[in-house]
Design a protein around this ligand. Sequence first.
Ligand code: ATP
Length: 245
Amino acid sequence: MDSSEVVPSLVVDKLEAGYGGMQVLWGVDVSVLPGEVVVLLGANGAGKTTLLKTIMGLLPNTGGSVSFDGNRLDAMRPDQRVRMGISFMSELGVFPGLSIEENLRVTGHGLSRKTVTQRLSEIWTQFPDLFARRRELAGSLSGGQRKILGVARTQFRKPRLIVMDEPSAGLSPLFVSQLVDRLIAIHAEQRMTLLLAEQNVRFLRLAERIVVIEGGRSRFDGSVEEFEQNENVKDAFFGIERMES
Ligand code: ATP
């Protein structure tokens, strides 16, 4: 894709944010083109969750800006950002105390009953494994299946941008690989526009571009090949991976 001709879906420009008086993001830049999968890599505490929460409006930005499809989001509430077509999957991803079907229905809040019914039937076709267990509590699902339900929830409103926070959290390596395979299959089918924060390198298989943040600052932005060739960034990142494994 020639990025000079395509208007980005999401533009995060010199973003600053934090908690109370504690600044965490120090001018982060990220953009996502329509139909592109950007994997945001960063070690524990690098500021990934803080960045995604600020994009969603769950935290205010203290500097810089967030734009989606050319509109500034800074003053919008989280629900307004969702209605504009952004879908967010937090690390938890689902409500364990609700059934699988209820988890999907609440995602359709504000849509007409007819649309919800239609979207549910489309989701059941796309995720037959969830349909089979639709009346069971989400809390009864395995960790891997919960993440699949979380992914299904992000699909429910046919978003134009999906933002996912560390979907590998709490999953065994086998489930992580299965989740990556599933996301690759969904992307091949319908070209998601996806910004996904991770520290698990298995997600590089899904990435079309990689952004690395470190200490709340942008450290790298490039293709997977450029990432692989950048020994400084790779060593810093894989060094952390090795220490943690
Ligand atoms: P992880 O993979 O561990 O979730 P992360 O890259 O998502 O890491 P953040 O959760 O954004 O990192 O945390 C960035 C910094 O902000 C850390 O120093 C963390 O301690 C701090 N922080 C996170 N949440 C809060 C909070 N609610 N209040 C105060 N500080 C916070």
